[in-house]
Design a protein around this ligand. Structure first.
Ligand code: PRX
Length: 654
């Protein structure tokens, strides 16, 4: 067993001593949408279970004739022959069915400005945006890059693309100009939709300059940039290319007919970090993605669209923002809250103030946020009325039992069930999660597969491990919202996910089954880090570091961090000409920020004389991880030069 597997094992041993169980209250269980019969139904119906859900959750213009075509595995086709429009499903049909006056989005800006959109208003805005984008030449199949803050225009833009059949590629606003450009190039996007900026910690924060910088170098496929006015800061303007949202969208016609697209028509591309330096464009299509996101949103959160107020705190730049902000809540006709800013602006009680104000009943957030609130202290949320909260969700990384208990007690009033949802950009929707009215929850475990999903934990040979053992998390059967590929790279798709084990999707995560068969996630087993629930690749940051003229070599590891889960720690060897002083650390951190984005800036950069390598030249990251986490260094016998770790230790003592 490798050291890291050993460490994961030790962590799991501690978790096994977790004896606490929280069954749903009788009251909750009795009224819950998901009953034990849902699992039974999924088992007995097999793949047809998903046909039932596709018809229950969505309006199809043309019904499908085949539920799943897996003949070209691993390239799946779901709901074959079916035709539907995602935006029609999220908007028009609610209006047609008399729900036009229901609030779809309550928006709260960081400075405190508010806007609410009813379903009728949001439908009208999306129709206008669709007309505007079409007038700029966007057609079915074209790619549109979206580089926007958390404002309603982000949702409007995504749905306008879906309405046309254009494929959106949202790039998180915290990514740099270079990262934006490489994503624009890879997808050959035609249009960028951005904003002058947003507000961050009480101050205007710019976005448009990054778009300008991204498009500076010649040869881009972009013909227009649509700019939303958000913070009214002055921006540079390229005549002929840049247009204001107000000028093109607000003046457009509000008549727009949604044409139905094939169930397998591409809906979006979302780039995520893999184990190489080049991000992967994860491709999702329409019918399957919408079915599973809507289904899970309804049952995992026990959603009552007439009365609930749902709040998913994820940014639109991540998959959680796609599945559980833009698509599922609107498909399900829910009312949701969207908040632009940071949790501590203007004070550390902002989130709880928002919950009280909007009577949020379902909160879906990440463990890193919960741990931050724990640090700030329970007195802050205690000042607010959180009695509206009835279901809590967690996503993005393993939630430690202390954070889980705090979440339950302080935010959930000791009674709201917590659903710890495991899934990925690639899976599109929840795959492992308790059902809030059925599962007796365990602090720290995601527990059971969603009805209709076949996950397992297997050993090196791909054999299912018995309860009480650990291994690799896999998915054994295709699922509706599975990725359909990596944009432009079918080989990489097969290689990355389908080559490790025969006929199984390998998720890249380690996991264990406890004595009851419940699943505990143990983190990534590959070179992908999870910082504050955001995926970063060690290789990508290493490439960024070595692209700086002062750096000869770099190795990056994820080290445990109390708040962010993992933190980026970089070891660098400088070129002979470069000076090792404080400035170089700041310079390199900023360089990574420029190359990838502020989220990728290493927490620590350690300048070292050598890096530990095997005889074949592979960097032994686990030894560096020991150093980064302040542990005694593990077995170093396979090093080509076994004095390297001593040299590193000596250099760090200096
Ligand atoms: O390691 C797992 C972790 O996040 C990875 C997926 O990251 P991303 O594609 O950015 O999507 C994040 C939001 C779905 C997984 O491979 N992860 C996600 N949810 C959990 C989790 N780890 C433990 N428990 C979770 N609930």
């Amino acid at each position: 067993m490798s050291d890291s597997a050993q460490r994961q094992g030790d962590a799991f041993e501690n978790l096994l001593h977790e004896e606490r169980r929280f069954p749903p209250s009788e009251e909750f269980a009795a009224q819950a949408l998901a009953q034990p019969s849902l699992y039974e139904e999924a088992r007995s119906r097999g793949t047809e279970f998903w046909a039932d859900q596709a018809r229950a959750c969505l309006s199809w213009e043309t019904d499908f004739t085949q539920t799943l075509d897996w003949s070209e595995a691993p390239f799946a086709k779901w709901f074959v022959g079916g035709k539907l429009n995602a935006a029609y499903n999220a908007l028009d049909r609610h209006v047609e069915e008399g729900r036009g006056d229901r609030v779809a989005i309550h928006f709260e800006g960081e400075p405190g400005d508010t806007r609410s959109y009813t379903y009728a208003e949001l439908t009208e805005s999306v129709k206008k945006a669709a007309n505007a984008f079409e007038s700029l030449g966007v057609q079915k199949g074209d790619r549109v890059a979206v580089y926007l803050p958390m404002i309603p225009e982000a949702v409007i833009t995504m749905l306008a693309c879906a309405r046309i059949g254009a494929v959106h590629s949202v790039v998180f606003g915290g990514f740099s100009a270079d990262a934006l450009r490489s994503r624009i190039d890879d997808a050959e996007a035609k249009l960028v939709v951005t904003a002058d900026g947003t507000y961050r910690r009480g101050k205007p924060s710019a976005l448009k300059p990054a778009v300008d910088a991204a498009l500076e170098k010649e040869g881009s496929t972009i013909t227009n940039v649509v700019v939303v006015r958000r913070n009214n800061e002055p921006v540079e303007w390229t005549e002929g290319r840049d247009v204001w949202w107000d000028d093109v969208v607000d003046t457009a016609s509000s008549e727009h007919t949604a044409v139905a697209h094939d169930s397998e028509h591409p809906l979006f591309i979302l780039y995520t970090s893999g184990t190489t330096g080049k991000p992967k464009g994860i491709l999702h299509t329409t019918g399957g993605f919408l079915t599973q996101t809507a289904f899970t949103h309804k049952y995992t959160f026990d959603l009552r669209p007439e009365t609930d107020v749902f709040w998913c705190t994820a940014d639109i730049g991540w998959v959680t923002g796609h599945s559980y902000v833009t698509y599922a809540p609107l498909i399900n006709g829910a009312t949701q809250l969207m908040y632009e800013g940071t949790p501590d602006t203007p004070h550390q009680g902002r989130w709880w103030e928002l919950i009280e104000k909007y009577k949020v009943s379902i909160l879906y957030t990440a463990p890193t946020a919960i741990r931050t609130f724990m640090k700030w202290g329970r007195d802050i949320p205690k000042k607010y009325d959180l009695s509206s909260v009835r279901v809590l969700g967690s996503v993005g990384e393993p939630i430690n039992p202390e954070a889980w208990m705090w979440y339950r007690e302080i935010i959930g009033g000791g009674k709201a069930p917590i659903v710890d949802t495991w899934w990925q950009t690639e899976t599109g929707a929840h795959m492992i999660s308790p059902m809030p009215g059925v599962t007796s929850t365990k602090p720290g475990s995601a527990q059971v597969a969603v009805p209709g999903i076949a996950v397992d934990v297997v050993d090196e040979m791909g054999q299912s491990v018995p309860n009480g053992s650990g291994g690799y998390l896999v998915v054994r059967e295709p699922w509706p919202s599975m990725l359909r590929g990596i944009w432009g790279d079918p080989e990489r798709f097969k290689q990355t996910y389908w080559s490790r084990f025969d006929d199984m999707y390998f998720a890249g995560d380690g996991a264990k089954k406890d004595e009851d068969g419940d699943i505990w996630l143990l983190g990534r087993v590959d070179d992908v880090m999870n910082v504050s629930g955001h995926r970063l690749s060690t290789t990508e940051i290493e490439s960024a570091l070595v692209s700086h003229p002062s750096v000869a070599e770099a190795a990056v590891v994820g080290a445990k961090d109390e708040t962010t889960g993992e933190a980026v720690v970089a070891f660098v060897i400088l070129r002979g000409s470069a000076k090792d002083d404080d400035d170089i650390v700041t310079t390199l951190r900023n360089h990574v920020g420029k190359e990838i984005g502020p989220i990728a800036k290493p927490r620590n950069i350690l300048v070292v004389p050598e890096l530990p390598k095997t005889r074949s030249g592979k960097i032994m990251r686990r030894l560096l991880k020991d150093v980064a986490e302040g542990r005694e260094v593990g077995d170093a016998t396979t090093l080509a030069d076994n004095t390297v770790m001593q040299q590193i230790a000596a250099s760090l003592r200096k």
